[in-house]
Unconditional design. Structure first.
Length: 76
């Protein structure tokens, strides 16, 4: 799942070397914290959050097979 998030995020940003994903497990499920360069935050979020929502949808759909709850947080 982490690799999927990295591939999607690196394709969208101008500074792919600054893309980081931290994985945490908590009571909500598995949390993937995505952090990018400050100049790229808008590109990851998109207009009205459309890119972020699409990314979350893809990752959540991929996680259905493992029957785990997956959350993608964007750290700015």
């Amino acid at each position: 799942m982490k690799d999927l998030i990295l591939v999607i995020a690196k394709a969208l940003v101008d500074h792919p070397e600054d893309v980081r994903v931290n994985v945490k497990d908590d009571e909500r499920g598995t949390v993937y914290e995505l952090s990018v360069h400050a100049d790229d935050v808008g590109k990851i979020i998109g207009k009205q959050g459309r890119i972020a929502k699409a990314m979350r949808t893809v990752v959540t759909s991929a996680a259905v097979k493992s029957q785990k709850r997956v959350i993608v947080d964007i750290i700015s």
